[in-house]
Structure formats: C-alpha cells, structure tokens
Design a protein around this ligand. Structure first.
Ligand SMILES: Cc1cc2nc3c(=O)[nH]c(=O)nc-3n(C[C@H](O)[C@H](O)[C@H](O)COP(=O)(O)O)c2cc1C
Length: 269
C-alpha cells in the first residue's frame, strides 16, 4: 500500500512537472505571438506612416522637393529674408530635373534656389504634362541667405550673370513655354536672366507663360525684363500670358490658383 502510494505520488509529480512545462511553453509561445503581433503592428504603423509621408511629399519628375519656406507664418517667414537652401540649387540629393519627350508641345523651364519655385513648377507639370527643364548654374548660390544676397547684388551691379551648367535642348517642338523663377531684388533672378540671354533666340513665336514665387512684394519688373531680353536676343514675336505670382511660403496651397491660371494660359492666343 505504501509502495503504491509512493508510485502514485511520483506519477503525480511527473504529471505536474510535465503540465507545468507545457504551461510555461504555452505562456512563452503566447508571449512570442503577442510580441510578434506588437512588432508587426509597429512595423505596419511605421511603413504606413512612411508611405503616408511619401505620398504626401511633393515630387518633380519622381524626385522629392524640399522647400523650407512652406508653412511658415508671416512673422517667421519675414518675406523670404533669411531663407536658407541646401546650397545646391535646389536639392543636393537630386539630379537637375530634365524631363524631355519628343511629343510634348509645352515645356516648363525653371530656376529655384530654395525649392518654392520648383514646387510651383511641379504643380504646373501635374496639371499640364509639359516637359520640364531645370536651370542649373555652375557655381550654385550659397545656402546662407546673406551670402546669396551679396553675390546677387554684385552680379547685378556688374551685370555679370552666372554661367549655366546646362545643355540647352532644341526647343523647336514647343508652342508654350512656362518660365519660372524666384524674384530677386524686385526683378528676375539671375540664372533665368542668364538662360534667356543664351537661349531666348529659341523662344521666338512662342507663347510665354511667366510664373514666379516671391517674398510678398510682387513680380517687380521681371516680366518686362523677359520681354526686353527676348527682344534683344531675337525672340521677338511672343505672346505673353498673365503672370502667376505666388508667395514663397504658400505654394503648397496654390493648386486652385494654378488651375485658374492654366485656364487663362490656354485661352491666350
Ligand atoms: C537674393 C534674394 C533676393 C530677394 N529679393 C526679393 C524681392 O525683391 N522681393 C520679394 O518679394 N522677394 C524677394 N526674395 C524672396 C524670394 O523671392 C522668395 O523667397 C522665393 O520664394 C524664393 O524662391 P525659391 O525657393 O524657388 O528659391 C529674395 C530672395 C533672395 C534669395
């Protein structure tokens, strides 16, 4: 009897140990499943967040646009004064935008130091499917605003505009040319001046649609400057549309303004 009880006790202990082990394993597995689930849902969150960021991020010809003025309040923006760039006109991780096809009848040609005009160009591109050509200079303007201002002032005083780092394509196929630039000192920014001096002769007979971003002081004499340069270099028979003028810190909210302007551009003979 005693022996049998002893055997029963031993069997019971073994059973309990086995059951305990199973429970421990079960708990462990559950823990793993739970933490995997937690991990998966965190990963989902991260990837859906990054997808969200990506899809809401502005792009031009598949490359991201950085525009530090966007969303700044009037007080923080200070009419664009102090705006930094990454010192690479317009983004050091991008190749200069160059989207050229054989069939397009319109082209967007733009310069942008700190990204706002590039964003405006991208909005026009989205709504027109025009080709795109970014103007790039051999020595980009400084990231620092004051240094850029000093260089721009001395270039203007000497009328010595920057050398372009750009192979200018044959523009014969285009009927409409959207010309985009930031306003500097109430006039054209110099890379656009340099481009027009060099390629303006190719713009003869074309519809010119100027668009620009600025610090709140308006288009200045920039359109007049375009007309004068074109007349001088041989592009004399142009039709000009009304200019599109957008504050540099509000380009992300300009979709409707762009749509209305594009209708007017279409209606300009
Ligand atoms: C050198 C320089 C001069 C500027 N001069 C003017 C100006 O006279 N009037 C104005 O409204 N904004 C002026 N701005 C502000 C820019 O036009 C504005 O920030 C623009 O959105 C910049 O465009 P981006 O980001 O495409 O370079 C100036 C900016 C710079 C860098």
């Amino acid at each position: 009897m005693k022996r049998r009880s002893l055997v029963l006790v031993i069997v019971a202990i073994i059973g309990l140990v086995a059951l305990g082990g199973g429970l421990v394993n079960l708990v462990k597995q559950q823990g793993t499943v739970t933490s995997r689930r937690a991990q998966t849902s965190r990963q989902d969150l991260v990837s859906s967040t990054s997808k969200k960021t990506k899809s809401s991020q502005a792009e031009i010809a598949g490359q991201p646009i950085k525009a530090p003025q966007l969303g700044k309040s009037a007080a923080a923006w200070q009419n664009g004064a102090g705006t930094v760039s990454d010192g690479h006109d317009t983004n050091q991780i991008n190749q200069p935008t160059r989207q050229l096809t054989k069939s397009a009848k319109s082209i967007i040609i733009y310069y942008s130091r700190s990204g706002s005009t590039e964003l405006l160009a991208s909005k026009i591109a989205q709504q027109t499917k025009a080709d795109i050509l970014e103007i790039v200079v051999k020595t980009p303007y400084a990231a620092n605003y004051s240094a850029t201002l000093a260089r721009a002032n001395s270039e203007r005083a000497a009328q010595d505009y920057p050398a372009l780092d750009l192979v200018i394509p044959d523009l014969a196929q285009y009927r409409t040319v959207y010309l985009g630039y930031p306003i500097w000192a109430m006039t054209l920014s110099h890379p656009m001046t340099a481009f027009l001096e060099k390629a303006g002769g190719q713009l003869d007979q074309k519809k010119i649609a100027p668009f620009m971003t600025q610090g709140g002081y308006g288009e200045g004499d920039s359109v007049q400057q375009i007309r004068q340069i074109l007349t001088r270099v041989g592009g004399q028979n142009n039709r000009f549309t009304r200019a599109l003028v957008v504050d540099g810190n509000k380009v992300d909210r300009a979709d409707q303004q762009v749509a209305r302007w594009l209708q007017q551009v279409d209606q300009t003979n």
